[in-house]
Design a protein around this ligand. Structure first.
Ligand code: NAI
Length: 673
């Protein structure tokens, strides 16, 4: 019998090698047809049982990446979800109860449903290389493991390690997975097949859970640990906005004594989550992220050498990040001490990123070369300029370096506010100038805005987008207009927050209102963190627009040198990198505060749509989510407007305009939403 997605190979030791190569897909995913075929195969194998079954991937890019998220989006009712989950459970249970030994031979990514299949096997052997990772990242899509993975991962790795992996959704490298007990062996690629065979033939005993894990799993102890877990989760995600981790904790607390029952309850729990708005919106965010990635896939541009000019806050970190991502980088600054600072900060970044992997730290350091005299200019395929935000200074640098630049090299500026057209006037080849606007801190912010000026050529633009992807960022194409997308959207929201402080409302309450909406950080804390001087200069650039006035409070704080976190005092006092907040602060109507901030945010998003700052609603939402952290579970501002109702929200805007003035005037875009 032949199958579309699976190939069965029997060897002379009566071992059945079950090869998965999902048809019409670059990656192995557990589509319905893949599972249906697997069900048939298992039913057949039960009739003439082999000595063992080894699951193998025939794709070069991994084992199994998980369930098919497209199919996920087609589910609209609890019943449909439950039916899908029961089908998955039935197959996983069948694999688990096969009388012969089963082994998952994991090479490359093994995630979500793929990991759940591996967990249903008797053993898991994992390839010891950098590209192989295992994980149960379902929480990132607003659900938790739904093919028996919650029960089986806890049985294998113990509650603390397994719950931690599921609650954070993080991916695990071989050593961590082996230490936890999620996989049974970790071997170099050349020994992978031999190791899988060894497990089938020898059936070594399984490692028992440690006593401490057994205690944690005890029904008297579970409520205490579960409460601790809830507290930890609450620091990152509220129950109201992200129910999945809380449901997973409940599941474990209530049912771990009876694994069969827990499996059944897992189905109920996930079925109720799948149809929830949060999961639907997080799936949307997943696809938006993929859309951003594809922006960088249109060209295979990989610069051999990058030259960064400016070793300050941004240039230093940009240079370090590029070296970390494998590029040879020279970094130039007019001040030698700035370069010394860059090298020191880079070392910290590499250590944070690579931890004990000394080789990767050393190799990244070797790729980063301080270059006081700018020798790198003539070798570079890409020059990134991140010097002072001053048109004259930038232009005199361009005039100096352009004659020495390689034919075809790109000149990218990290400017936050100077129009590219103005900068380009001094260039002989203005088509090679593009904006690559990074966000601070470079290592943590996933988005880069790739800015097209009037003169930027298509070729330069596509190469810059491709470069954004090469350094593992999400590249967003934007028009060269004041504030681009992210700063432009953020500023009215921040300014409204500052306005409220001027009215005497406690910063703590303003931040609380924004957090309740689902923002990752309150606007006042954000302004203090970015620096009030930086906020002021961006706000001034944008204040030419009709809707943005600079609050007086902001002016006076900057004049008095209270710039926020960096000076120890801004709207908050800062100590050891943390804002000191007044826990007793109170305010009657948080909803009003929230509406004032969010409505300005949404209004600006609609204006950007009308002006075509970014092409397409999906990319606007994507840019805003990954650039500002806009509550991901709401699926992006434009999507949120549609979900809440255009009429309801524009009516609210009009009420706010009556109460607070013209800055709440609805953008014309609302009429066409
Ligand atoms: P910074 O003041 O920390 O660093 C600028 C560096 O450039 C200094 O070390 C200075 O010595 C060097 N420099 C100035 N003129 C030079 C020249 N002619 N040749 C060589 N080196 C020169 O500034 P920061 O914050 O890193 O900003 C740099 C650029 O990045 C600006 O255009 C800014 O608008 C933009 N930006 C800043 C962000 C931030 O959060 N600070 C965020 C995104 C963009």
């Amino acid at each position: 019998m032949s199958y579309k997605n699976w190939k069965i190979e029997k060897d002379d030791e009566d071992i059945c090698w079950l090869h998965l190569d999902v048809a019409d897909s670059s990656t192995n995913i557990l589509r319905f047809d893949v599972l249906d075929e697997l069900d048939d195969i298992i039913n057949d194998l039960v009739q003439s049982l082999p000595a063992g079954i080894i699951f193998v991937s025939d794709k070069s890019n991994g084992f199994i990446a998980g369930a098919d998220i497209n199919e996920f989006t087609e589910i609209t009712t609890y019943e449909q979800a439950s039916e899908m989950l029961v089908r998955g459970h039935t197959i996983m249970n069948k694999i688990e109860s096969l009388p012969c030994t089963t082994v998952a031979m994991i090479n490359g990514f093994c995630l979500g449903g793929g990991m759940e299949l591996a967990l249903a096997c008797t053993y898991r052997v994992m390839c010891d290389n950098k590209s192989t990772r295992v994980g149960l990242p379902e929480v990132k899509l607003g659900i938790h493991p739904g093919y028996g993975g919650s029960v089986r991962s806890i049985q294998k790795a113990g509650p603390m390690a397994a719950m931690n992996a599921m609650l954070t959704g993080r991916l695990l490298q071989g050593r961590a997975a082996k230490k936890m007990g999620l996989v049974d062996d970790l071997v170099p690629e050349r020994q992978l097949k031999r190791a899988a065979r060894y497990f089938v033939i020898n059936r070594p005993p399984h490692k028992e859970l440690a006593i401490k894990d057994k205690i944690m799993n005890h029904r008297f102890v579970r409520p205490l640990i579960a409460n601790q877990m809830r507290k930890q989760v609450a620091k990152k995600a509220s129950k109201q906005h992200y129910p999945a981790p809380y449901k997973l904790i409940d599941l474990w607390q209530k049912h771990m004594d009876n694994p069969r029952r827990m499996l059944e309850k897992e189905i109920e729990s996930v079925a109720s989550l799948v149809t929830d708005d949060t999961a639907k919106n997080l799936v949307r965010v997943f696809f938006l992220m993929e859309e951003l990635k594809t922006q960088g896939n249109k060209k295979d541009f990989k610069p051999q050498h990058i030259h960064v000019i400016g070793g300050g806050v941004m240039g230093g970190d940009i240079a370090a990040w590029c070296a970390l991502r494998g590029f040879r980088v020279t970094v130039q600054d007019q001040k030698p001490e700035a370069l010394a600072g860059t090298m020191k900060r880079s070392m910290s970044m590499f250590k944070r990123k690579f931890k004990k992997d000394k080789r990767s730290i050393r190799e990244s350091m070797d790729r980063l070369i301080p270059d006081t005299n700018g020798m790198g200019v003539k070798h570079a395929d890409l020059i990134i300029e991140a010097i002072f935000e001053d048109k004259g200074v930038k232009q005199s640098l361009y005039k100096d370096i352009e004659p020495r630049m390689k034919e075809g090299a790109i000149l990218a500026t990290n400017t936050s506010s100077i129009p590219l057209e103005e900068l380009a006037t001094c260039l002989n080849k203005p088509d090679r100038l593009v904006g690559i606007h990074f966000f601070n801190p470079v290592a943590l912010m996933p988005l880069v805005e790739i800015v097209r000026g009037n003169n930027t050529s298509d070729e330069t633009m596509t190469r810059a987008l491709a470069f954004g992807r090469q350094i593992d960022k999400l590249p967003l194409p934007v028009k060269s207009s004041p504030g681009f997308l992210v700063n432009r959207i953020l500023m009215p929201y921040l300014m409204e927050a500052v306005e409220m402080v001027s009215e005497g409302i406690a910063p703590e309450m303003i931040d609380k209102a924004a957090l309740q909406f689902g923002m990752p950080m309150g606007p006042i804390e954000l302004a203090d963190t970015v620096g009030l001087d930086v906020c002021k200069s961006v706000a001034l650039i944008l204040s030419g627009g009709e809707t943005l006035d600079l609050p007086k409070k902001m002016q006076s704080m900057v004049e008095n040198g209270n710039l926020g976190k960096k000076t120890g005092k801004g709207f908050y006092k800062w100590s050891k990198g943390k804002a000191i907040k007044d826990k007793k602060a109170s305010y009657g109507n948080l909803q009003e505060l929230q509406d004032r901030m969010i409505m300005r945010f949404l209004n600006e998003a609609t204006a950007c749509k009308r002006e075509g700052v970014v092409e397409g609603d999906g990319l606007i939402d994507a840019g805003i989510i990954f650039g500002t952290g806009f509550a991901p579970f709401r699926g992006g501002p434009l999507h949120y407007i549609q979900q809440q109702g255009v009429h309801e929200l524009s009516a609210r805007l009009s009420q706010l305009k009556d109460r607070y003035g013209a800055r709440f005037s609805a953008d014309d875009a609302w009429n066409s939403l």
